[in-house]
Design a protein around this ligand. Structure first.
Ligand code: NAD
Length: 337
């Protein structure tokens, strides 16, 4: 069994902890937190050993009556791999902790690419993480774009991708980010950070990205235009994308017109936290005009990186190849509608 530690038990960390627990070849050794909030209570209720991420804050857990298993150093020392899911920039501060215990570490998309040996997307570059000590699972948007561009690149060749990312203003729990009543070009200059981030996975891919922020919390939406080297029919593209397990082609007959109905659909299907691990590509939007492919996809920012973290664990330890790992991850969490 692969012993896994999760440092940072918030939006991403709690989902990764649950996904790790579901894997037949992994054991969650514990989670580390800074605050004795509702998520700490839930970790204890689920039976996850809870460690204090910051020694000076351990008393807060005692005062709240929440049992602490020990300091995070103990958890990191015991683990075969640690998933750092702390807020952007804290992962970089934690790197020396992981190095001191010689424990390979996975970081999230909020960290800089130059912190790590490899940036990771399971579908696109699984093997590049093999044996690496520090790996970054790319952000929700970069994950969504990489999953889509990988099969297009392989099947037809990508001359240039142009993507406008219409981004949710915050996660549902991020009350400090809004509500705003506005539509922001964000950033107003080109490119947004997403294109260069996609290049950490596909170094040679030509891609321009523009970002916007809107007053929504449910999902991001991408308006995608890909100029292809070989021109397929729309039916070809639909078949190609339908074959990808982590892409969900939203069937026209489902009458799903946006993120609200997608989330309702996920709840109806009993998904934990209404999570949607797959890219949601509107089948009806797939259009080929001359040499250009167009489509819309929605990305659930809080969950699409979760199966990627699970695969990255196996990748750094050399425990499985891409196909075996992705299939095991997906079956264990119930990915696929
Ligand atoms: P979050 O704020 O929801 O959770 C972070 C958790 O880490 C919190 O529980 C916080 O208390 C804890 N923490 C703070 N300092 C810590 C420390 N020193 N040691 C241990 N724990 C500490 O953040 P999040 O949204 O889960 O984001 C985590 C990372 O994942 C970031 O890099 C972010 O960019 C990335 N990410 C977030 C999303 C998203 O939609 N939320 C999507 C993809 C990637």
């Amino acid at each position: 069994m692969i012993g896994v530690a999760v440092n940072g038990y918030g939006t991403i960390g709690k989902r990764v902890a649950d996904a790790v627990t579901a894997q037949p070849d992994m054991e969650l050794l514990g989670v580390a937190k800074t605050s004795p909030n509702h998520e700490a209570e839930t970790a204890v209720a689920k039976g996850y050993p809870l460690y204090a991420a910051v020694a000076e804050r351990r008393d807060l857990f005692d005062e709240a009556g929440i049992e602490v298993a020990g300091p995070v150093e103990e958890l990191v020392a015991e683990a075969d791999v640690v998933v750092d899911a702390t807020p952007s920039g804290i992962g970089a501060e934690n790197k020396s902790l992981y190095e001191a215990h010689d424990t390979p570490a996975l970081y999230q998309g909020g960290e800089d690419a130059d912190l790590v040996d490899a940036s990771f997307n399971a579908r696109s570059n699984f093997a590049e993480a093999e044996g690496a000590d520090h790996v970054r699972v790319v952000s929700c948007n970069t994950t969504g774009l990489s999953r889509l561009l990988a099969p297009l690149q392989e099947a037809y060749g990508v001359e240039k991708a142009r993507v406008t990312l219409v981004r949710r203003g915050g996660d549902p729990g991020q009350t400090g980010r809004g509500p705003i009543n506005d539509i922001l070009p964000n950033p107003v200059t080109l490119p947004s950070h997403h294109g260069p981030d996609v290049n950490t996975i596909f170094p040679d891919l030509a891609i321009d990205t523009l970002g916007m922020k809107v007053p929504a919390t449910l999902m991001h939406t991408h308006s995608v235009n890909v100029h292809l080297s070989e021109v397929p029919s729309e039916a070809d593209v639909k078949r190609l994308l339908a074959d990808e397990d982590r892409l969900f082609l939203v069937p026209p007959e489902y009458d799903i017109d946006g993120a609200g109905k997608l989330k309702e659909f996920a709840m109806d299907r009993g998904r934990p936290r209404a999570d949607i691990w797959e890219n949601c590509v509107w089948e009806r939007s797939i259009s080929v005009e001359d040499d250009d492919l167009y489509l819309f996809q929605a990305i659930h920012q809080e969950s699409d990186v979760v199966p990627e973290n699970v695969d990255a664990i196996r990748a750094v330890l050399g425990e499985a190849d891409r196909e075996a790992s992705m299939a095991r991850t997906d079956e264990a969490i119930g990915l696929g509608f």
